[in-house]
Design a binder for this molecule. Structure first.
Ligand SMILES: NC(=O)c1ccc[n+]([C@@H]2O[C@H](COP(=O)([O-])OP(=O)(O)OC[C@H]3O[C@@H](n4cnc5c(N)ncnc54)[C@H](OP(=O)(O)O)[C@@H]3O)[C@@H](O)[C@H]2O)c1
Length: 305
C-alpha cells in the first residue's frame, strides 16, 4: 500500500512512518519545516497537497492513504491564537482532505478524547460529544466535516499517547527529567486518562488501513487511571524516590478549560481488528528497559497535549 503522512516529524507521525516503512509500504512523510531528514516540506498554512507531493505518487497506481497527524496541539495557544490554530487544525486540513478525495485517497484523521466534556471517562464512540475547549472544538469540527462529507474516512480518537523511549517529548520523558532534577511530579487531581503506547497507535493505524476500516474508533489502552496513579507506577517501576503531588485543575493556571476525565473505551477497535493494546504497566516496563543508563533525555521543549 501507499501512504502519505502529513506531520511525519511529530510524535505519532514519526512512529507511524517507521511502522509502515518497516512493513514494506511506500510512504511519503511531510513536516512543516524544510530540511527535515527524509521528509517533504508541507506547511499547511502555505502549501497545497499538489505543491508538496509529487503528482506521480498521487496519480500512479493505487491512491495513497492520507493520514493527517499535523496539529497545533497547544490547547492554550488554540485559545489565544484562534485564527492561526483554526487554519492549522481545521480550515487547511479540510482543504487538503478535499484535494485528497479528488485523487481518490482514503483519509485518516487523528482526533482526541477531548471531544467529550470530561465529566466521566471510559467513553464509547456513540457517547454524546461536548468539547469544552477551543482545541477540542477544532478537532470536532473536522470530525463533523468528515462525517458529513467523507463518511468513508477513518477517525481515530486517542487519549494520552505515551512513548517507550526518550526519543520524543511525551509524558514519561517529562517525568524522567523531573526525577533527574529532583523535582516533584505534579498531577491534576482526579484527571483520568487511558495511557496508550505510541507503538500500539502506529500498529493500530496500520491495521485499520489494511482492513479498510471506516468511521470513528477509539484507539486506547485497557487501563483507566488518574495521572497520579500512573506517576506512582512510574516511580515504582523506575525505583525513583520522586514525590508525586496532586493539585486541583484550578491551580495550574491553564488559560482554556480541560476535560478532567478523557479516558476512552477501545473495545470497538479491538473487536474490529483483533488487536490488543499494552497495559500501562507494560509500557512503563519497556520505557525503563529502553532507558537503560540514559537518565538524561534530550530537551524537547514543553509538553502540550
Ligand atoms: N499525542 C497525544 O497524546 C495525542 C492524543 C490525542 C490526539 N492526538 C492527535 O494526534 C495527532 C498527532 O499528535 P502528535 O502528538 O504526534 O503531535 P506533534 O508531535 O505535535 O506533531 C505535530 C506535527 O504537526 C506538524 N505541523 C505543525 N504545524 C504544521 C503546519 N502548519 N503545517 C504542516 N504540519 C504542521 C509538525 O511538523 P513540524 O515538526 O515541522 O512542526 C509535526 O509533524 C494530532 O492530530 C493530535 O491532535 C495526539
Amino acid at each position: 500500500m501507499k501512504f502519505l503522512i502529513v506531520g511525519a516529524s511529530g510524535f505519532i507521525g514519526s512512529h507511524l512512518l517507521d511502522e509502515l516503512r518497516r512493513s514494506g509500504h511506500e510512504v511519503i512523510g511531510t513536516a512543516s519545516r524544510p530540511g527535515v531528514h527524509g521528509l517533504l516540506k508541507l506547511d499547511l498554512l502555505n502549501d497545497r497537497l499538489i505543491d508538496a507531493v509529487p503528482m506521480q505518487f498521487l496519480e500512479s497506481g493505487e491512491p495513497p492513504v492520507v493520514v493527517l497527524t499535523a496539529v497545533q496541539g497547544n490547547m492554550d495557544r488554540c485559545l489565544t491564537d484562534p485564527e492561526t490554530s483554526h487554519l492549522i487544525n481545521v480550515a487547511k486540513p479540510i482543504a487538503l482532505i478535499r484535494d485528497a478525495i479528488g485523487f481518490g485517497c482514503p483519509v485518516f484523521f487523528l482526533s482526541t478524547g477531548h471531544v467529550f466534556d470530561g465529566a466521566f471517562g471510559n467513553r464509547g464512540e456513540g457517547d454524546p460529544t461536548n468539547p469544552v475547549n477551543q482545541y477540542a472544538r477544532q478537532k470536532f469540527e473536522v470530525e463533523q466535516f468528515l462525517q458529513n462529507e467523507c463518511p468513508s474516512a477513518f477517525i481515530a480518537r486517542m487519549d494520552k499517547v505515551i512513548g517507550e523511549t526518550t526519543q520524543h517529548h511525551h509524558l514519561l520523558t517529562e517525568w524522567i527529567r523531573l526525577a533527574r532534577d529532583q523535582k516533584p511530579i505534579v498531577c491534576v487531581e482526579g484527571m483520568e486518562i487511558s495511557p496508550t503506547s505510541v507503538n500500539d497507535i502506529a500498529r493500530g493505524l496500520h491495521r485499520a488501513a489494511e482492513l479498510g476500516l471506516k468511521g470513528t474508533y477509539h484507539l486506547a489502552g485497557p487501563d483507566r487511571m488518574t495521572r497520579a496513579e500512573l506517576a506512582h507506577g512510574f516511580c515504582a517501576k523506575g525505583n525513583l524516590s520522586t514525590q508525586v503531588i496532586e493539585k486541583p485543575l484550578s491551580a495550574f493556571g491553564f488559560l482554556d478549560r480541560r476535560a478532567l476525565k478523557s479516558s476512552l473505551n477501545g473495545n470497538k477497535f479491538c473487536d474490529a481488528t483483533g488487536m490488543g493494546f499494552s497495559t500501562a504497566g507494560d509500557i512503563l516496563e519497556r520505557f525503563f528497559k529502553n532507558l537503560g543508563g540514559h537518565a538524561s533525555p534530550p530537551d524537547h521543549g514543553s509538553i502540550h497535549i
